[in-house]
Design a binder for this molecule. Structure first.
Ligand code: CP3
Length: 344
């Protein structure tokens, strides 16, 4: 049967009149129904590990907006937790983890095979979604890229410049490389298990790729993404992979060729005209409306949405934001963006 899901057609290289659309963090705090289910679950991590409720919040933006794809509700920091790190969320601040600063800290991590014990509920969420999603909606699984996940494990929190991770990379390269290797292997197993449970696409989030330059970008952004993509393609040749080396700038050029990903997700620091000429020439791209438009709305939202659709109209394109939607966004602006993309 010919593929009917728009997202999968575009990932296979088709150019459609209207791009498929979904939104990073589409299940999130800007939606009152998300806040209600999160309160029912108790807290964010309890929601991630509750398959019925995690499936429910994944479905909420699909019901409200009819996006072309659903993204599994989970978090990139569940992998460190599955490897034995302590993880908690400080209200109003963000994630906190036990830190990796020495060989002894690293030696306390669990082996890769152990991750499924913690992550089994996530695979159950995927199985529920494969049954409950509308036939036209594609299901995206995801994981953090090793570098980005390592920045949180080393610092124990989010950092403005990833300073602690850069310090370990330079001061203790063998330890740093061992951590990247463990995360690369764990990510391959985690994404494979999501695919076996029913994920039809996977996305690798490298949110802090932009702080790696030159040789470090090649070694810690390109290489782990290439290894993960190759291993997944060997096991699941028909599952497309989306790479998101956020704020990579010129690092976006040649990213798909160097890693083997089927689609490159773009943040909004690059213009759509530049990205069409330098990135979309190699295949599918995703992006890249600034998420601030979901707060401010109005004619600027409409104009910028049209500009992006037009700039990417000659090649395969998935419409998305340049980063996750923020809690202060107005749900009506999301509808305005969708109507603008689909007005034809
Ligand atoms: C760096 C990162 C994380 N998580 C993620 C990244 C990479 C993408 C990015 O750069 O945004 C990825 C992520 N996090 C979440 C998803 C679910 C799928 C989706 O809707 O996109 C995905 C794909 C849910 C979430 N992850 C988080 C929330 C908010 C939690 C809440 O309900 O309070 C959601 C919906 C929490 C989280 N999780 C993380 C941070 C730094 C925070 C705190 C910041 C914040 O509160 O927005 C780590």
């Amino acid at each position: 049967m010919a593929e009917t899901k728009k997202l999968l057609r575009v990932l296979a290289g088709e150019v459609l009149d209207t791009p498929p659309i979904w939104m990073m963090r589409q299940a999130g705090r800007y939606l009152p129904e998300y806040r209600a289910t999160r309160a029912q679950a108790g807290d964010f991590l309890s929601l991630c590990y509750n398959p019925e409720l995690a499936a429910e919040v994944t479905l909420q933006p699909i019901r409200r907006y009819g996006f072309d794809a659903a993204i599994l509700f989970a978090d990139i920091l569940l992998v460190p937790q599955a490897l034995g790190a302590d993880l908690w969320f400080e209200t109003g601040e963000g994630p906190r983890l036990s830190t990796i600063g020495s060989q002894a800290d690293f030696d306390r991590l669990k082996p890769v095979e152990a991750i499924h014990e913690t992550l089994a509920p996530i695979y159950e969420t995927v199985r529920i979604l494969t049954r409950e999603l509308p036939a036209e909606t594609a299901l995206i699984g995801f994981a953090g890229a090793p570098w980005t996940v390592a920045t949180y494990m080393i610092a124990g929190r989010g950092t403005p410049d990833q300073g602690p991770a850069h310090a370990l990379r330079e001061g203790h390269p063998a330890l740093f490389d061992a951590l990247i290797e463990r995360l690369t292997a764990a990510t391959i197993e985690y994404l494979s298990a999501q695919i076996e449970a029913g994920a039809e696409v996977v996305k690798i989030f490298d949110s802090w790729a932009g702080s790696l330059k030159g040789e470090a970008f090649a070694r810690y952004a390109l290489e782990p993404c290439r290894e993960i993509t190759q291993a997944l393609k060997a096991r699941h040749p028909n599952i497309p992979v989306i790479g998101f080396p956020r704020e990579a700038g010129e690092g976006y050029v040649g990213f798909a060729k160097a890693t083997g990903v089927d689609c490159v997700a773009l943040d909004n620091s690059v213009t759509p005209d530049w990205a069409a000429a330098h990135v979309q020439v190699d295949g599918c791209v995703q992006g890249n409306l600034a998420s601030s438009h979901m707060v401010t709305g109005g004619q600027a939202l409409v104009d910028e949405t049209r500009r992006i659709v037009e700039a990417f109209s000659k090649g395969p394109h998935i419409f998305n934001l340049g980063h996750g939607i923020t809690p202060d966004a107005d749900p009506a602006n999301v509808q305005l963006m969708i109507d603008t993309v689909r007005e034809g």
